[in-house]
Design a protein around this ligand. Structure first.
Ligand code: BEZ
Length: 249
């Protein structure tokens, strides 16, 4: 599945994690979609950015591996086409002018297969504009999880700029711009970290019995508090990798 087969909860996602799409407005600007173009939004979640791209007049479709997220996206934006498919194993009927992706590629751990799918989805000369977690992303959170959940399998892929550029170049892309930067992200409410772990840590914690899981979450949160809870606000230690690349004609 596109997102590590995780059980997504669209209601929780839309209720508490709107920063995921609100902080990506300038990524949509970087895409600069135009009327008459075709665009794929890969890992579209509940469709907010797919809709934003559609406002440019481009013909956009969303794709996501979570049935719950795709169902919610279809409900949110009935005029837009949303496909349920695996980001590492999909094929479009017609190639598009641009592939866009926000906060999704780090869930797709078969990164080479994902790049292959993006390549085949694009017309020659088409562009990729993407942002996701880069090397060092949520390092404090990952370390706390590892410390409190022995044997935890981390389901994310956070490459360095060099690693991801090499991957793209090996499959026929020219990387025109790349940025690797800190973007500390404010979580909502005093239980913001518990909510974040419930939403995004689910693939790691799902094997645990309910009581043990709740206790582990509290221990992770207390381990993180000195570093990430400041003046009553949780700040997650996000690091972004942003890329613009062109598929060689
Ligand atoms: C991120 O956007 O960096 C992210 C979100 C959830 C889990 C892992 C990373």
């Amino acid at each position: 599945m596109t997102r590590a087969a995780s059980q997504w909860d669209p209601e929780r996602y839309e209720g508490s994690f709107s920063f995921v799409w609100n902080s990506a407005a300038n990524l949509v600007e970087l895409l600069a979609a135009r009327a008459g173009e075709t665009v794929l939004d890969l890992g579209c979640g509940t469709g907010q950015l797919t809709f934003k791209i559609a406002e440019s007049g481009a013909a956009v479709m969303g794709l996501d591996g979570s049935p719950a997220m795709v169902a919610q996206a279809r409900m949110n934006y009935p005029g837009i086409r949303f496909l349920l498919a695996d980001g590492a194993d999909f094929a479009l009927p017609e190639p598009v002018d641009a592939v866009f992706s926000n906060a999704a590629l780090h869930w797709m751990t078969r990164a080479s297969d994902v790049v292959g799918c993006m390549r085949r989805a694009l017309k020659p000369g088409g562009r990729l504009v993407a942002e996701f977690g880069g090397r060092g992303n949520i390092q404090a959170i990952v370390e706390a999880v590892r410390a409190e959940v022995p044997g935890a399998v981390i389901p994310w892929f956070f490459p360095s700029a060099g690693e991801y550029a090499t991957l793209l170049e090996s499959q026929g892309f020219r990387v025109t711009e790349m940025w690797h930067f800190d973007r500390p992200s404010r979580l909502e409410g005093e239980r913001g970290m518990q909510d974040w772990l419930a939403m995004f840590g689910e693939p790691i914690l799902r094997g645990m019995e309910t009581g043990a899981r709740a206790a582990a979450v509290e221990r992770i949160v207390e381990r993180l508090r000195p570093a990430l809870f400041r003046e009553g606000v949780w700040i997650a230690d996000y690091v972004r990798l942003r890329v613009r690349a062109i598929l060689y004609p």
